[in-house]
Design a protein around this ligand. Structure first.
Ligand SMILES: [Zn+2]
Length: 263
């Protein structure tokens, strides 16, 4: 039986995905409006309060377009508006996908079965070992490994903000606009992949370019070893999605929630 609230329910903003700062902000607005209405009519104020509370409960928010303006509010007020980092950058620069795939097949990293591509067990194990070794490194040695794996990089640095760790690859051009920001688990996966490819794929540009497509083969999380599953990008208030494109299919860790690849 379909619920009468079914058509107004917004599962993407409620339940596990509810953004509490948005809920609190909307509740405060609702109380303020109800108090204002109470000067005119107490019955109307009660109706506003009840209807507003129902809307916040089933829709996740009341004020229209909260998911669109909340990130801007979050930047002004010292409230964590559940900032959802966008998709991570990658070590590699533009490369021909056919060349990368051909190199990976020739190196016995990937095998094709009809339309489906698989990672060889041997490469997966080698990659896993490299990632495990990188995870043990202190920041200084880790950023050296990142800079070493990234083509045309002069260095790298670790940045920690709001509980989110990113690795920034500094380009040899010295231009800030050429910097690439990788989420920490993505950096682990990509640098591990580049290192696992050493000795198998001779072109360092192809090794770096292969790192991003290889992330789609991850089965365990590079940072916590949790199970990787296919899901959709979180549509919280911090990350309004493009309504024309719909929710984006991503690979994310079932344990820590880190987004590991966009499908
Ligand atoms: Zn994880």
């Amino acid at each position: 039986m379909s619920s009468p609230l079914g058509s107004v329910r917004r599962p993407e903003h409620t339940g596990d995905r509810r953004c509490w700062p948005c809920t609190v902000a909307n509740s405060l607005v609702l109380v303020a409006v109800s108090v204002a209405v109470a000067f005119v009519s107490r019955v109307a104020a009660l109706a506003v309060l009840v209807l507003g509370a129902v809307a916040i409960a089933v829709r996740g928010y009341l004020v229209p377009y909260t998911p669109h303006f909340a990130p801007a509010l979050g930047a002004v007020f010292p409230v964590d508006f559940h900032e959802e980092p966008g998709p991570s950058g990658s070590l590699g620069r533009e490369a021909d996908g056919e060349d990368v795939l051909a190199a990976l097949v020739a190196a016995d990293v990937i095998v094709a079965d009809g339309e489906t591509l698989y990672l060889t067990d041997e490469f997966r194990e080698r990659w896993r070992r490299e990632v495990a070794a990188l995870r043990e490194l202190a920041d200084g040695r880790f950023v050296a490994a990142v800079a070493d794996a990234a083509p045309r990089a002069s260095g790298a640095r670790v940045e920690r903000r709001r509980g989110h760790t990113a690795v920034v690859v500094e380009p040899d051009t010295g231009s800030v606009t050429d910097e690439r920001r990788l989420a920490y688990p993505v950096a682990l996966a990509e640098v591990g992949a580049v290192r696992a490819l050493a000795g198998r794929v001779s072109d360092p540009g192809i090794r770096a370019a292969a790192a991003e497509p290889l992330r789609r083969f991850l089965e365990t999380c590079p940072s916590c070893e949790g199970r990787v599953e296919e899901t959709t990008a979180q549509q919280c208030c911090g990350a309004p999605t493009n309504p024309r494109e719909g929710p984006q299919a991503v690979l994310a860790c079932a344990d820590c929630g880190e987004r590991l690849a966009t499908l």
